[in-house]
Structure formats: C-alpha cells, structure tokens
Design a protein around this ligand. Structure first.
Ligand SMILES: [Zn+2]
Length: 122
C-alpha cells in the first residue's frame, strides 16, 4: 500500500500551487488515476486528510477521474483500449500484449484554489 506516499506527494504539489498563487487554501484537487495504478481512492482520501492536516490543502476535496487502460498492439499497430484488466490481449486480433500506453498514471490534472486575499480587507 503506497497511498500515504502518494497523498504526501499530492499535498506537496498542491500546496506549492497555492503558495505560488498566494492563495490561502486549496479547495478542489482533480486527480487522474489509471486503472493500473493500484491506488484505492477511498484509502487515498483517508490518508490525504492526515497528510494535508495543517497545510493549505487541509479540507480540500478530491475529485477522481479514472483513466482506462490502453495497450499498444504491435500486430495491429494500434493503441487499443483493454476491455478487461484480467486479460492482456488485443481486443481486435486477440494477441497477447503487455505494452501499456495509458492506465498507470496518477496525476494531479487540475487544482482549484481560493482567491488570494486582497489588501483591501478593511
Ligand atoms: Zn491487435
């Protein structure tokens, strides 16, 4: 289980974004998670709360987008979506393939932050 290191990494990224923008708080974090990344989103949400405590990312909402697995079939010379994770075969020609093009990613695709406070705060 590597969710905690993933959560720490996400916190590092988004707090950096917030500080670059001079924002007091991160509100929403959009994540793209490949079906092969082996990350349990519920576990990630749980450890994220701990990892973000006391940072500008505390209380931020996580939005997950699942990235389906796409493999490259050399025989068809095409990138094809894999219908099942149990079966690493090209859905067109049924040859075994293990060249994963997409589906392993775990990326922060977008970060929503609160506006920086203006000095006109009287
Ligand atoms: Zn094929």
């Amino acid at each position: 289980v590597h969710e905690l290191s993933v959560a720490r990494h996400i916190v590092e990224i988004v707090t950096q974004v917030a500080s670059d923008e001079n924002s007091p708080r991160v509100s929403v974090i959009h994540l793209e998670i490949g079906e092969l990344s082996c990350v349990a989103t519920s576990a990630l949400e749980f450890v994220f709360q701990a990892a973000s405590a006391g940072t500008t990312a505390e209380g931020a909402r996580l939005e997950f987008e699942t990235i389906p697995i796409v493999v490259h079939c050399a025989a068809c010379n095409e990138d094809v979506p894999l219908p099942s994770i149990q079966r690493f075969r090209c859905p067109i020609c049924d040859r075994p393939t293990s060249k994963v093009v997409r589906g392993r990613e775990l990326v922060v695709s977008r970060v929503e932050i609160e506006e920086a406070k203006t000095s006109a705060d009287c």
